[in-house]
Design a binder for this molecule. Structure first.
Ligand code: 13P
Ligand code: SF4
Length: 329
C-alpha cells in the first residue's frame, strides 16, 4: 500500500466554523463521511453514515459518492477501498491503526495457514489487506457466529486474530477452532473486579459487552454483541442504568436516544481513559476538514492485493445477508 502525504506537511490554517466548512467541502466534492461509533462525538455528529464494521463496509460498497472520508481506523478505510475501488477513499489520520491488525503480521499469518493446510481461515475484519488476501472468509463481530455456523462441521477452522472473539464464538457454536492469540488493547483492559464493584454501587444496572472482552468480563454480561448490537439493546430495553464494556464514545449515541438513562463507561482502573481507543482518537475534526480540503491521506492499493482481499470479503457479504437485513431493519 502507498501512503499519502503526512498531516504535518499540510497548512493548518483552519476556518472558524469547522462543521460548516466540512459540510461545504462535502457538497463541493460529492463526498460522504462514514464514521464508526468509537469516533469522537463531534465526528459522529457530522457523519452521513454511522455504524459498526459490517454496516460501514456495506455503506462503502453501496455509495455512489465520488469521495469517501472514512472516520475510523485503517483496516476499515482499506476495506472501503477494496469493496469500492472506483471511489477515492481518505482517512483523516493514516496512523490510526488497530492493535488486533498490528498483532497479526502477514508473514506470520501465512506461516500459520501453511502449517494447517486443511483448515478454513476465518479472519476478523480487524486485520490488514494483506492478511485478508490470505484468508478464506472475513467476519465481523456482528456476523461471526452466523458465518461459523455455515461452515461444514467436518472442516477444521483457524480463527484470527482475536482470541477473545474466537473463544466466545467457539463456545456459542460448539465448534472447536484454532485461535490466533491476538487481542484488543481497549477491551482487554476491562476487569471483572471493577465490574463487580460497579454493580454493587448500581444494583440492577445491566452489563453490555463487546465480544472482544476477555472471558471473565463476558461471563458477567447481560448482553454480548457488536457495537450495533449493544446500541440496539439499549434502544429496546427500558432499564434505568447500563454498564458499557466497550469503547466509551458509543455512549454518545445512547445518551442522544435516552437522555434520562444512566450509562456507566467501564473503566479498567479508576481515573484512566483506557476505554477510549487511542487509534480512533487520532482522527479529529481538524483532520477531517484538512483531509477533505487537501484530498490526502488517500488509501491506495495494489490491484492484485485488492482483488485477493476482495474474495474473502465478498464471501462474508454473501454469507451475512440475514445479518445485514436485520441491521437495516
Ligand atoms: P464493531 O464491528 O462491533 O463495531 O467492532 C469494531 C471494533 O473495532 C471493536 O473494537
Ligand atoms: Fe482495534 Fe481495539 Fe481500537 Fe477496535 S477498539 S479499533 S479492536 S484497537
Amino acid at each position: 500500500m502507498t501512503l499519502g502525504s503526512a498531516f504535518d506537511r499540510r497548512s493548518t490554517q483552519l476556518p472558524l466554523d469547522l462543521v460548516e466548512a466540512i459540510e461545504d467541502m462535502k457538497r463541493k466534492k460529492n463526498a460522504v463521511i462514514l464514521a464508526h461509533y468509537y469516533q469522537d462525538p463531534d465526528i459522529q455528529d457530522i457523519a452521513d453514515v454511522l455504524g459498526d464494521s459490517l454496516a460501514l463496509a456495506r455503506a462503502a460498497q453501496k455509495t455512489d459518492a465520488d469521495v469517501i472520508v472514512f472516520c475510523g481506523v485503517l483496516f476499515m478505510a482499506e476495506t472501503a477501498k477494496i469493496l469500492n475501488p472506483r471511489r477515492r477513499v481518505f482517512i483523516p489520520d493514516l496512523a490510526a491503526g488497530c492493535s488486533l491488525a498490528e498483532g497479526c503480521p502477514a508473514d506470520a499469518f501465512r506461516a500459520f495457514r501453511k502449517s494447517h493446510p486443511d483448515h478454513v481461515a476465518v479472519t476478523y475484519i480487524n486485520c490488514s489487506a494483506e492478511v485478508k488476501a490470505l484468508s478464506d472468509i472475513i467476519c465481523t463481530s456482528s456476523n461471526a457466529e452466523s458465518i461459523i455456523r455455515q461452515i461444514p462441521a467436518d472442516r477444521p477452522i483457524l480463527f484470527s486474530p482475536d482470541k477473545n472473539l474466537g473463544k466466545y464464538i467457539a463456545g456459542k457454536t460448539g465448534r472447536e477452532m484454532l485461535l490466533w492469540q491476538g487481542s484488543c488493547i481497549v477491551h482487554e483492559a476491562f476487569s471483572q473486579k471493577t465490574i463487580l464493584d460497579l454493580k454493587a454501587g448500581h444494583p440492577g444496572a445491566k452489563l453490555l459487552a463487546h465480544p472482544e472482552c476477555e472471558e471473565p468480563v463476558l461471563a458477567l454480561a447481560d448482553y454480548i454483541g457488536s457495537t450495533t448490537g449493544i446500541l440496539k439493546y439499549v434502544l429496546e430495553h427500558d432499564d434505568p442504568a447500563f454498564i458499557i464494556a466497550t469503547e466509551s464514545n458509543i455512549i454518545h449515541q445512547m445518551k442522544k436516544a435516552k437522555p434520562d438513562t444512566t450509562f456507566i463507561a467501564l473503566p479498567s482502573t479508576a481515573d484512566c481513559n483506557c476505554n477510549l481507543c487511542p487509534h480512533m482518537a487520532l482522527n479529529t475534526m481538524e483532520k477531517v476538514y484538512l483531509c477533505l480540503r487537501d484530498e490526502t491521506p488517500e488509501i491506495e492499493m495494489d490491484e492484485n492485493l485488492r482483488m485477493s482481499a476482495l474474495k474473502p470479503l465478498e464471501r462474508m457479504m454473501e454469507m451475512s445477508a440475514s445479518v445485514l437485513a436485520a441491521s437495516a431493519a
